[in-house]
Design a protein around this ligand. Structure first.
Ligand code: NAD
Ligand code: IPM
Ligand code: MN
Length: 368
């Protein structure tokens, strides 16, 4: 049988830096675990714009549609701020998500014990935290029409439209309920049904899907603003949170700080099953291209490495190998190994991106 295939789109800024560490782990899996992957690499975001004048070529998209999983680093950067909106790096990422129909974005926030004192919240609040935000990723205000900047009388008006169909809500709700069954069996759905019609429909449809097929799962509803407050107050009340595209974007960045650093948070973007039964999938860290630290060897590669672990689990049924990678990360953190983002104001001596990758590799070796 052919090896599983991966397309690596490292992107911009720290994207290629953190992806270099993931590549070491992919090679390690082939050499030490007898699990070789066929890896191809291509450009996305600003890097693709520089080479081709577009943040995602049709040829790259076609490759992404064919492989078993895509690994993406990050896109964007100040260099591209001047570009027309239609060719900005972020458009390439959004097009990939939309065209691959990756509607269910899993963003886990897990607090490793070694970092519990480092979070901006108290140890008690975050220690042992393990929640999963399921963000709808292919619709809502990110994609709704009409959109644009128009002239209205003698001033301009900027318009985006929050739009959700029943089927779009139902499919992401199902994915959240299915996940909850494999976790602690609780889903909290977040919207703003108090002010938005799309929120009313969201609440109705989630409730209908629950009634019909998932009554064994505990379901609650919360307004998203209150949800943000509860995430900071007592995040351990949650197991799975399901929410729309924009609220999910905000809530997952907030959840990142529960874990200590944005450099820790992985994600999986999943679509419908392909012919081989695997979900169409792309894995990427939640963080961006971090222009403030790009090119300095300071980036934390853990979010990207944990994203590869999610690929092992969700695309390749290699849950044990995923746990092996996660345990290696946990061990390195417990040993006090820190990139700069994981040091508090009192400082300490940070190690580089590649030294962190090497430390994780050494922990993987020790696991054999
Ligand atoms: P960002 O996530 O790039 O950075 C926010 C802060 O977190 C910065 O101080 C950065 O140094 C720090 N940080 C992020 N990742 C880190 C890591 N791995 N290790 C250590 N520190 C890390 O967000 P931003 O500054 O708002 O956006 C910068 C660019 O990235 C923008 O162009 C934005 O559109 C883009 N972006 C891309 C993605 C993506 O590709 N998925 C996600 C978010 C933002
Ligand atoms: C994310 C990012 C993206 C988003 C941008 C870069 C398009 O912030 O993946 O969280 O808003 O979805
Ligand atoms: Mn974001």
């Amino acid at each position: 049988m052919a090896n599983p295939s991966l397309l690596i789109l490292a992107g911009d800024g720290i994207g290629p830096e953190v992806m270099a560490e993931v590549k070491k782990i992919i090679t390690w899996m082939g050499d030490k675990r007898g699990l070789p992957f066929d890896v191809t690499e291509d450009l996305v975001g600003g890097a693709a714009y520089d080479a081709h004048g577009t943040p995602l070529t049709d040829a790259t998209l076609a490759k992404a549609q064919e492989v078993d999983a895509v690994l993406l680093g990050a896109v964007g950067g100040p260099k591209y701020d001047v570009l027309d909106f239609s060719v900005k790096p972020e458009r390439g990422l959004l097009r990939l998500r939309k065209e691959m129909d990756l509607f269910s974005n899993l963003r886990p926030a897990q607090c490793f014990d070694a970092l519990a004192d480092f979070s901006s919240l108290k140890r008690d609040v975050v220690a042992g935290l393990d929640i999963m935000i399921v963000r709808e990723l292919t619709s809502g205000v990110y994609f709704g029409e009409p959109r644009g900047i128009f002239k209205e009388g003698n001033e301009r008006v900027g318009i985006n439209t929050q739009r959700y169909t029943e089927s779009e809500i139902a499919r992401v709700a199902r994915s959240a309920f299915e996940l909850a069954r494999r976790r602690n069996n609780k889903v909290c759905s977040m919207e703003k049904a108090n002010v938005m019609e799309s929120g009313i429909l969201w609440r109705d449809v989630v409730t209908e899907v629950h009634q019909k097929d998932y009554q064994d799962v505990e379901l609650s509803h919360m307004y998203a603003d209150a949800g943000a407050m509860q995430l900071c107050r007592w995040p351990k009340q949650f197991d799975v949170i399901v929410t729309d595209n924009l609220f999910g974007d905000l809530l997952s960045d907030a959840a990142a700080m529960l874990t200590g650093s944005l450099g820790m948070l992985p994600s999986a973007s999943l679509g419908a099953p392909m012919a081989n039964g695997r979900p169409k999938a792309m894995y990427e860290p939640v963080h961006g291209s971090a222009p403030d630290i790009a090119g300095q060897g300071k980036a934390n590669p853990i979010a990207c490495i944990l994203s590869f672990a999610m690929a092992l689990r969700y695309s390749f049924d290699l849950g044990d190998e995923a746990t092996r990678v996660e345990s290696a990360v946990e061990k390195v953190l417990a040993d006090g190994v820190r990139t700069a983002d994981l040091l508090g104001p009192e400082g300490g001596s940070p190690i580089s991106t590649s030294a962190m990758g090497d430390a994780i590799l050494a922990a993987l070796d020790a696991s054999l």
